[in-house]
Design a protein around this ligand. Structure first.
Ligand code: SGN
Ligand code: CA
Length: 543
């Protein structure tokens, strides 16, 4: 697209070569100006919305019936929903690095939350910036250092805080009063309305912290779905038979969720003593007196009721699950409101037609499947991520995409839409044609890696491959186990059929796929060893 444009420009210039110098200059200037505006008008704006830990199960467009997200759903109704959207590494900072660079973790170097990110490498925002885009990064980034590729950045340090959040605006730290999700939305709207140059195409990354742990809702949603009792997924009481890596987890709702830190049982009497009580007290203390009054009015009666009931065993597990679901889903409601505000802004300002809007999460999340919260595993609920995209100029309303797409594909897709050449070393594929139903072929397998072990939640290092029907995973380091799943027969991944004779051929085929993908994406056991060494050094403070 860029090349064709500059060729046309040359043609225009040649046509005028015989005119008088003065009139030629006038005409050339006019033609350049017109060209600039035309090309800018042709380039779509991009609003890339991402939230943190938002499970696809908690978006009503995906049909799980847990909650209502009418604004996020609008993106699917007016555009496309992806049923097989996946990440390449189900943890925050690595996922963001993959999304920015279009390269797997072992190539962009940000393999875990611990090691630093090298901002000096290419990212798609830098490329768009060089090609006339105005760029902004707002909200959670979780990558240390001043973001590169952005004309404006206003980002959270680290994980961010739900109440009285700190932001770093173009390198300068300040604290905003209020609730994080709303503050992030206000910053985004302010940039759209007051800070950007309105004659340039724009890229805005609008990235929410919610619904990340510790799921502290906004006051207006404290009582949302109070009358709903959630039934846990069928495999809530999983025994992990045949899956030793899964059995070694530390992310059980029953066993590992902290009554105070996660479930808000901060009793004034101080009788509920838990490991992370002090850490939650600090989060509570960030609220204003007014906010605390509202908070206590909602939570104190629940605390009293909980103490009186003295729940144990299965009853306690179900109580914890419900307490978790209520707060988790409430934080999502504020995210959905923000999406609505941004969509409305685009519509009211005549930007709707020429703006691509993407909604996604940095990974999926467990809402009780296998008894868990958190993510990290290559099992479906955390490997999958919601992807919804609208672009009225090109995407038909109600489009459904069932092919295997990964967060690796965002960078090349955005460059493709912007008419910019996609660098050779990008590992993802543009899904532009796929969404239009015009892709002649598409990948039949995707690759996954996870590195953060030993670490929080105790998920072993692993890598694997998934096709439309099967999944092969290798857990390694202090364990050496393989798992194979038939996702058609066993979508909840309860039966590891790796040693089942009936799957011998499938197993061979999947090993072949895995080998091919590791070659294609330039990954290897020796690279894994290097990452491990680096990780352990960082953990011990030696680097
Ligand atoms: C924090 C959370 C973990 C979570 C990681 C990674 N603990 O450490 O539960 O797995 O983030 O999440 S918390 O006590 O700080 O909430 S990620 O999305 O940022 O990768
Ligand atoms: Ca996350």
């Amino acid at each position: 697209m860029t090349n064709t444009k500059s060729k046309n420009k040359n043609k225009v210039i040649h046509q005028f070569i015989n005119l008088t110098f003065f009139s030629a200059v006038v005409i050339m200037l006019a033609s350049c100006k017109e060209k600039k505006e035309t090309s800018n008008n042709n380039k779509p704006n991009i609003v890339f919305i991402m939230s943190d830990d938002h499970a696809f199960q908690a978006i009503s467009a995906y049909g799980h019936g847990l909650n209502q997200t009418p604004n996020i759903d609008r993106i699917a109704t007016e555009g496309a929903i992806f049923n097989r959207g996946f990440v390449t590494n189900s943890i925050c900072a690595p996922s963001r690095a993959v999304m920015l660079t279009g390269k797997h973790s072992h190539i962009n170097g940000k393999v875990d939350n611990v090691s630093p990110f090298n901002w000096d490498q290419d990212n798609f925002a830098k490329t768009l910036q060089k090609n006339g885009y105005q760029t902004a990064m707002i909200g959670k980034i979780h990558l240390d250092g001043l973001p590169q590729g952005f004309d404006y950045s206003n980002v959270l340090p680290g994980q961010g805080q739900y109440y009285a959040p700190e932001f770093i605006e173009n390198g300068i730290k300040k604290t905003y009063p209020g609730y994080i999700t709303k503050v992030t939305t206000d910053i985004a709207l302010d940039w759209l309305e007051n800070k950007r140059e309105k004659d340039k195409p724009f890229l805005m990354l609008y990235h929410q912290k919610a619904p990340h742990r510790t799921w502290m809702p906004e006051e207006k949603y404290f009582t949302l779905m109070d009358d709903v009792t959630f039934d846990p997924p069928a495999n809530f009481f999983d025994d992990y038979e045949g899956r030793p890596a899964a059995a070694a987890h530390e992310m059980g709702i029953y066993e590992h969720m902290d009554l105070v830190y996660d479930l808000k049982m901060l009793d004034k009497e101080g009788e509920i003593k838990t490991r992370y009580r002090g850490m939650f007290q600090k989060k509570y203390d960030r609220m204003t007196d007014e906010q605390k009054v509202a908070w206590d009015a909602y939570y104190d009666p629940i605390i009293a009721d909980f103490k009186a009931k003295k729940l144990e065993g299965k009853e306690l597990a179900l109580w914890k699950y419900n307490r978790y679901m209520h707060d988790y889903l409430r934080t999502i409601q504020s995210v959905d409101d923000g999406v609505g505000e941004v969509l409305d802004y685009l519509k009211e300002n005549g930007l709707e037609e020429n703006t691509i809007v993407v909604y996604t999460s940095d990974q999926g999340f467990y809402l009780g499947e296998h008894g868990w919260f958190d993510k990290r595993f290559m099992y479906e609920e955390s490997f999958r991520t919601p992807i919804l995209v609208k672009y009225p100029k090109e995407i038909k309303p109600g489009t459904v995409v069932d092919e295997l797409v990964q967060n690796l594909d965002f960078a090349p897709t955005f460059l493709d839409y912007a008419g910019v050449d996609i660098p050779e070393d990008i590992q993802g594929e543009s899904f532009r044609k796929l969404v239009k139903g015009e892709a002649s072929e598409w990948r039949d397998a995707i690759y996954y890696t996870y590195y953060e072990f030993p670490g929080e939640h105790h998920v072993k290092r692993h890598y694997g491959v998934r096709t439309n029907r099967y999944k092969l995973i290798h857990f390694y380091y202090d364990i050496d186990t393989w798992e194979l799943y038939d996702l058609e027969k066993d979508p909840s991944e309860m039966q590891n059929v790796y040693n089942d004779e009936n799957y011998a051929d499938v197993k061979d085929r999947m090993h072949k796929h895995l080998k091919e993908l590791r070659l294609k994406y330039k990954d290897s056991d020796s690279l894994n060893q290097q990452h491990l060494k680096r990780y352990l050094n960082f953990k011990q403070g030696k680097h």
